[in-house]
Design a protein around this ligand. Structure first.
Ligand code: BG6
Length: 278
């Protein structure tokens, strides 16, 4: 089930499965989010594109216990908490995820997630995590956003200059980016650590910049599967890698969040569009 939002400033779709925004198109713009035409949209299967919500671990589960890649939040059915048409014309939708049999089976029985998406000429997503346990909770999280771009080879991402990162394509080696933007010319899967910076995706072909501001996030992940990995993905078209880049507002690896009993943490992303000349 999904919400279809159409306002004077934007159109968007939001699925209850995963609290997953799949489309967001500000009026007068091309679609900002990439969604694979081969994505299955089947209950229990992660949607390939849009903004998957990753919680409580990033990538494979690392504590030796079983569990799906990138956690359970993106395939869980969330509940609607409320919707609001604001005076400024933007629409807010709040969804919540509480423990259920699946999460309890994975050992998570005392958390509360609340996601609020605000849709307008900007897209804002807030993910609040509350630890309802008597014990501390350590978790990873991400808004694993797939952005639509004209051509990955001509795209760059600024904002991560001189940051340290884990290169997941090179045995998880720790590296440092030079004083230059990220450019993609091969499979790229890097977790940039301890960075709160705004990132900008520069798309010279479509002559736009996608600006990603964030708060409550110390990691930014950049991912493109490139040619070979895409071939092995049944929910991607063979050339899908050319038109997408994930720039993910996250807390992962060294930047996992530690929450005391009763404590909350808020992760925020705000996405705006600028012209390439501005
Ligand atoms: C990225 C990870 O965020 O997500 C990659 O860094 C992973 O390692 C990618 O391959 C896609 O993951 P999935 O589970 O949606 O195929």
């Amino acid at each position: 089930m999904r919400a279809v939002i159409s306002t004077s400033t934007a159109e968007a779709d939001l699925y209850l499965q995963g609290a997953h925004v799949t489309h967001w198109t500000p009026r007068g713009q091309r679609s900002v989010l990439f969604v694979s035409p081969k994505s299955l949209f089947t209950p229990g299967t992660a949607i390939r594109g849009g903004v998957p919500v990753i919680f409580p671990w990033f990538g494979p589960r690392s504590d030796g216990k079983p569990g799906p890649a990138h956690g359970f939040a993106r395939t869980a059915e969330w509940a609607i908490e409320g919707t609001k048409l604001r005076d400024d014309g933007n629409v807010e939708i709040a969804l919540v995820l509480s423990p259920n049999d699946t999460t309890r089976g994975l050992g998570y029985d005392s958390f509360h997630l609340r996601l609020r998406a605000t849709i307008g000429s900007s897209l804002e997503i807030e993910l609040e995590t509350r630890n309802d346990a008597k014990e501390p909770l350590t978790y990873e999280e991400a808004l694993h956003t797939y952005f639509a771009i004209a051509d990955i080879r001509q795209t760059s991402v600024s904002g991560l200059e001189a940051t340290a990162y884990i290169d997941k394509t090179d045995g998880f080696k720790r590296k440092k980016l030079g004083n230059e933007p990220v450019r993609i010319a091969k499979e790229t899967d890097q977790v940039h650590l301890s960075t709160k910076a705004t990132c900008v995706i520069h798309d010279p072909v479509w002559q736009r910049r996608i600006i990603i501001e964030k708060a409550g996030s110390d990691s930014t992940v950049v991912w493109n599967p490139w040619i070979d990995k895409t071939k092995g993905m049944s929910d991607m078209a063979p050339d899908g890698w050319q038109n997408m880049i994930c720039v993910e507002v996250a807390n992962a690896a060294d930047n996992a969040v530690h929450l005391g009993p009763g404590a909350s943490h808020m992760l925020r992303a705000a996405i705006h569009i600028g012209s390439s000349l501005a």
